[in-house]
Design a protein around this ligand. Structure first.
Ligand code: ZN
Length: 283
């Protein structure tokens, strides 16, 4: 299934139409898009998708798509998790994942503006696969990890490199969780749609130019390892997110560096999921 936050309402996208979950269930299910991450609800969503005639529902207008998980209880990102990105950063491969927080405030929709704060000139893009938890998860083994997930989506881990690396106090989490620094979408795609969820082509484009291109099979710590490692200490619940890291080609690694400017458009595409298109503004 392709699950979406359509104009603020939980929806299932079938053949380019948005089936409204609350209306199709005659009020049995809530309109809150947060229910889309709950694996217990997925069988009901599946029967709705099968029973409804998609073309009786509104044709999808991309601009009305919001973040498929608009209020994640928790979010984490992983630094340096593609072999190629670690190489371009001149760092040796990590032996444990380097994690940081991405808070609810940073989440925005797949076509929403990324806001660069006035006076910050080193704000960078990072195309990433984002995984969405679908049930309570504590002390999971890598072998069971995928069974805890509601699905996957595209994400950006927008980062203020000055704040992250160069100011007197290096604020890793703060640099990556400014308002609008975590666009996700356009859909929450359930795993049954993806024959190989651990090997997806991923591409990041900046104002039409391909800057990042890789495959999630290049992850140093794959999704199973991240879930196992984090759930040793942290109980996950439906709607929690992990931004799994970014491939090489970030703005800071360009010569000269290429950071986000007002008027840019950041595009993020992952095979089998879709494309986000976020315009950049400065204010
Ligand atoms: Zn990242």
């Amino acid at each position: 299934m392709r699950l979406a936050n359509y104009a603020g309402r939980a929806s299932i996208v079938v053949d380019g139409h948005a089936i409204d979950v609350e209306r199709a269930s005659n009020g049995a299910l809530s309109s809150d898009p947060m229910l889309l991450s709950d694996l217990d609800v997925h069988p009901t969503l599946k029967s709705i998708a099968e029973a409804e005639q998609a073309d009786q529902w509104p044709a999808l207008e991309l601009a009305r798509l919001g973040a498929p998980v608009p209020r994640p209880p928790k979010g984490f990102g992983v630094a340096l998790n593609y072999r190629q990105h670690a190489t371009e950063s001149g760092l040796t491969l990590p032996t444990e994942p380097h994690l940081f927080g991405k808070m609810e405030n940073c989440v925005c929709g797949p076509f929403d503006e990324i806001v660069v704060p006035a006076g910050r000139h080193e704000v960078d893009y990072e195309a990433e696969l984002v995984v969405v938890f679908g049930r309570t998860c504590r002390a999971a083994s890598a072998g069971d990890a995928w069974s805890y997930l509601a699905g996957v989506t595209c994400g950006q881990d927008i980062s203020d490199r000055g704040e992250q690396f160069r100011l007197p106090v290096k604020q890793f989490t703060i640099a990556k969780t400014y308002d609008t620094f975590g666009p996700i979408g356009p859909y929450l795609v359930t795993l049954d749609e993806l024959p190989q969820p651990d090997a997806l082509e991923i591409e990041g484009r900046l104002s039409g130019q391909v800057m990042q291109h890789s495959n999630t099979s290049d992850l140093i710590f794959g999704v199973p390892q991240l879930v196992e490692w984090l759930s040793r200490f942290i109980t996950f619940q439906p709607g929690d997110l992990i931004w799994t890291g970014t491939p090489g080609g970030v703005g800071e690694a360009q010569k000269p560096p290429r950071f986000l400017r007002a008027g840019d458009v950041v595009e993020t595409e992952i095979e089998g999921i879709g494309t986000m298109r976020n315009p950049v503004v400065e204010r």
